[in-house]
Design a protein around this ligand. Structure first.
Ligand code: UD1
Length: 338
């Protein structure tokens, strides 16, 4: 059995990917510092797959601990999720973001080189495209000046990977996520934001659950069909399955170049108001919302060109936005006991 290290494997996308890896027959070892995840996620994973992955609580900024980890495990591939991801927090505390997101990557790559591990998958983001010149966005679209330190860490990380692939025998794939939403169908794992959610769908489900009184729609005067921003919302289980495809691509030496990049999206853009309407329709829950000022840093519209992921990697989404919204609500109800 091939053994895959998943950093940040108890987080939102990480936990769904762990399940997908187990279902595909991989052994998984998780590193997580529990800074934005609960240890109980491990039980949720076990209830779905029947197998408890190995888990080490470890802070990837501690170089010696990272080195010690690799001495104890023989790893075939790494999927690196562990990172801070709150855009506003990164503006307030940029050094925390540069330290956390970049040191961890560098230490992991040094250990990969040291231990002959050649297969590396990185969590990137469509945020690297900034405000795109044309839609849908292809992987060739220019990387624009980052709006936040968080976004900048994703761009710098991609450059670190590109340079490392040129200089060493590393093969890496950066997966640029659009907007992941939803939860595992079983409602055993899902998104667990700490404090007030910054992202749209957790805010919607918490409003429906009565934890928040009103959802603020950040702007309805954008140049889009209904005036609200447009995003490409992708089911987190589809996203998880793409990681397995990408990993298999590396393990079977199918990469065309040592460093590759793929968009992971549905190819369809939905506005904030459309998401609210779709949620109301699939769940029967009315969402109390008001239109407020634009949120600084938001781009008008982004959605993926999905051709490369399909033609090169043989991956496309299987699940609808409605399905994702229904699963997000099922998960929220389970968490709140309603
Ligand atoms: C952001 C980041 C992205 C990051 C992702 C996950 C940017 C440009 N994007 O995506 O890189 O990977 O978060 O953390 O930095 N909205 C509301 N009301 C709310 C919340 C959101 O109207 O209460 C709107 C936003 O204005 C936006 C859409 O919903 O138009 C989606 O917002 P959000 O879920 O925060 O994701 P992004 O900003 O697209």
């Amino acid at each position: 059995m091939q053994k895959i290290l998943v950093t940040g494997g108890l987080g939102y996308i990480g936990s769904h990917t762990v399940v997908a890896l187990q279902e595909a027959g991989f052994e998984v070892v998780i590193i997580d510092d529990l800074s934005n995840a609960e240890a109980s996620v491990l039980s949720g994973i076990t209830r779905i797959s029947g197998t408890t992955p190995l888990f080490e609580k470890l802070d990837l900024r501690k170089k010696d601990s990272v080195a010690a980890f690799f001495k104890n495990h023989s790893i075939d591939g790494v999927i690196h999720f562990a990172a801070s991801k709150a855009v506003a927090e990164s503006v307030e505390n940029p050094l925390l973001y540069y330290e956390n997101n970049l040191h961890s990557l560098v230490y992991l790559l040094q250990e990969c080189a040291q231990n002959g591990i050649q297969n590396f998958i990185f969590s990137s983001s469509c945020t690297v495209y900034g405000e795109p010149d044309s839609l849908p966005i292809t992987e060739d679209a220019p990387v624009k000046q980052a709006i936040s330190p968080y976004g900048n860490t994703k761009q710098i990380s991609e450059e670190i990977l590109m340079d490392t692939c040129k200089a060493t025998s590393l093969k890496a794939i950066s997966l640029r996520y659009f907007n992941p939403i939803g939860a595992h169908d079983s409602a055993e794992i899902g998104e667990l934001p700490k404090g007030v959610p910054q992202n749209l769908v957790p805010f919607i489900t918490q409003t429906a659950a009565g934890l928040r009184t009103t959802l603020s729609v950040f702007g309805a005067d954008y140049p889009t069909a209904d005036g609200s921003c447009v995003r490409d919302y992708i089911h987190v289980v589809d996203l998880a399955e793409a990681h397995v495809k990408a990993l298999q691509r590396l393990l079977t030496n199918e990469s065309q170049t040592p460093y590759e990049v793929f968009n992971l999206g549905t190819g369809k853009g939905s506005s904030v108001l459309e998401v609210i309407k779709a949620f109301e329709k699939v769940t029967g829950q009315k969402i109390n919302y008001q239109i407020v000022d634009r949120r600084p840093g938001d781009v008008v519209a982004v959605y993926a060109d999905t051709k490369k992921a399909l033609e090169v990697m043989g991956w496309r989404t299987q699940r609808s936005m409605e399905n994702a919204l229904a699963s997000a609500w099922k998960w929220e109800r389970k968490v709140r006991g309603i």
